[in-house]
Design a binder for this molecule. Structure first.
Ligand SMILES: Cc1ncc(COP(=O)(O)O)c(C=O)c1O
Length: 374
């Protein structure tokens, strides 16, 4: 099976640990265990026997995850290695050669890549900059047909940080209902809303619904590689049968730490720490944008640590990010990685001082490009 390069992940894999300033992350400055847990809990982890855990996730953890989705129980959950594995397994459990899906773009293009490799036709549902990154609902109606097996969306969205309007959410559910399609919703950025209010989940709105999520973004714990799938019990059983082939089980340390992180009081503390950092850093980024010699426009993100910035310079986004990396040792993501040249995705969830210094470097680079203003 041929599979296309997952540009976004590849660029990050190649360069993120080789530059001085990595502003490609879409989440929040990660925790250490000592910052996250009490001393006695860190000590208890040292005594944990490093065997295999429960392969679909411990019952305690699955119950804690299920508690985030009203009406769900532990049987509606399978724990995965990151939401990336959850997305992979969802696609692999559902799609076959010759199927067709409707897929939100711009997006984290994982499900698109897997689908194409499987011989699935991917029909893009475009988010429109002129609509504040909402989809055109007439277009949605045209795209979803009896041939649609899955509608796959990401809400809050990567890279725009947009959250869908209530009208768009209703329209997406109605479109899926009309043809009986599965609805896959990647909600990994849920919990990282800048206004402090949880964005609406699709959970409970439709029976053929699968949510993917995890601790990498809103919880600032990407190194745990802890994600999940939530869906109907028979779907979850089929997905678990597939994780026997992918990774067998989540790491037992990650399962244990995730149980702490999802305890209500610690969870609330984590989300507040992260949202507050994101709010302050977005203000820093917006102030920086206003001062740049090159015009940039940003529809402020509603969630997540990423800003999808339109820049007005006569330079392709891959060329710009490559030169920035080579000349200033700063890594950001080219709009090209999302199929939208003319944009840059700047991660602003980093440590504030680090962000400030990274932005300064980008400013120096842009200063040298004044002559190329579009
Ligand atoms: C929308 C979306 N889904 C899934 C992932 C994978 O995240 P992880 O496997 O760390 O949970 C990412 C990572 O950037 C993402 O942006």
């Amino acid at each position: 099976m041929q599979i296309e390069i997952f540009e976004l992940e590849r660029v990050q894999s190649l360069w993120e640990n080789r530059v001085e300033f990595n502003l490609t992350e879409s989440g929040v400055h990660p925790y250490t265990l000592n910052e996250l847990l009490e001393e006695k809990d860190v000590a208890a982890l040292a005594d944990l026997r490093l065997g295999y855990g429960q392969t679909n996730g411990s019952i305690v953890l699955r119950e804690a995850i299920a508690a985030l989705y009203p009406g769900a129980g532990s049987d509606n959950v399978v724990v995965t290695n990151g939401s990336a594995e959850a997305n992979f397994v969802a696609a692999w459990s559902t799609l076959d050669d010759g199927d067709e899906i409707v897929y939100m773009v711009p997006n984290y293009l994982q499900i698109r890549g897997i689908s194409r490799a499987m011989g699935v036709t991917v029909r893009p549902l475009r988010l429109r900059a002129e609509l504040g990154w909402q989809p055109d609902l007439d277009e949605l109606d045209t795209l979803v047909t009896a041939r649609t097996k899955v509608i796959a969306i990401c809400n809050p969205n990567n890279p725009t940080g947009m959250t869908l309007s209530a009208e768009a959410m209703n329209a997406i559910v109605s479109a899926a209902q009309r043809c009986g399609a599965w609805l896959f919703v990647d909600e990994v950025y849920r919990g990282a809303e800048l206004d402090g209010k949880d964005s609406a989940s699709f959970w409970g709105r439709y029976d053929r619904l699968v949510i993917t999520g995890g601790l990498s973004k809103a919880y600032a714990l990407p190194g745990l590689r802890l994600g999940w799938l939530v869906g109907p019990v028979d779907f979850i059983e089929a997905a678990w049968a597939r994780t026997d082939y992918t990774s067998i089980a989540p790491g037992i340390l990650s399962d244990e730490v995730a149980r702490f992180a999802l305890q209500p009081s610690l969870r609330a503390r984590i989300l507040e720490r992260n949202r507050s950092l994101l709010r302050d850093n977005l203000a820093t980024l917006q102030a920086w944008i206003a001062e740049q010699p090159v015009e940039m426009t940003l529809t402020p993100p509603k969630a997540g640590g990423m800003a999808f910035v339109r820049y007005h310079l006569d330079m392709n986004s891959t060329e710009l990010t490559t030169r920035l990396r080579e000349e200033k040792s700063v890594l950001i993501v080219a709009g090209d990685c999302f199929g939208l040249d003319g944009y840059l995705r700047i991660g602003f969830g980093a440590d504030p001082e680090y962000l400030h210094r990274g932005l300064e470097r980008i400013g120096e680079f842009l200063d040298g490009c004044r002559m190329l203003r579009a």
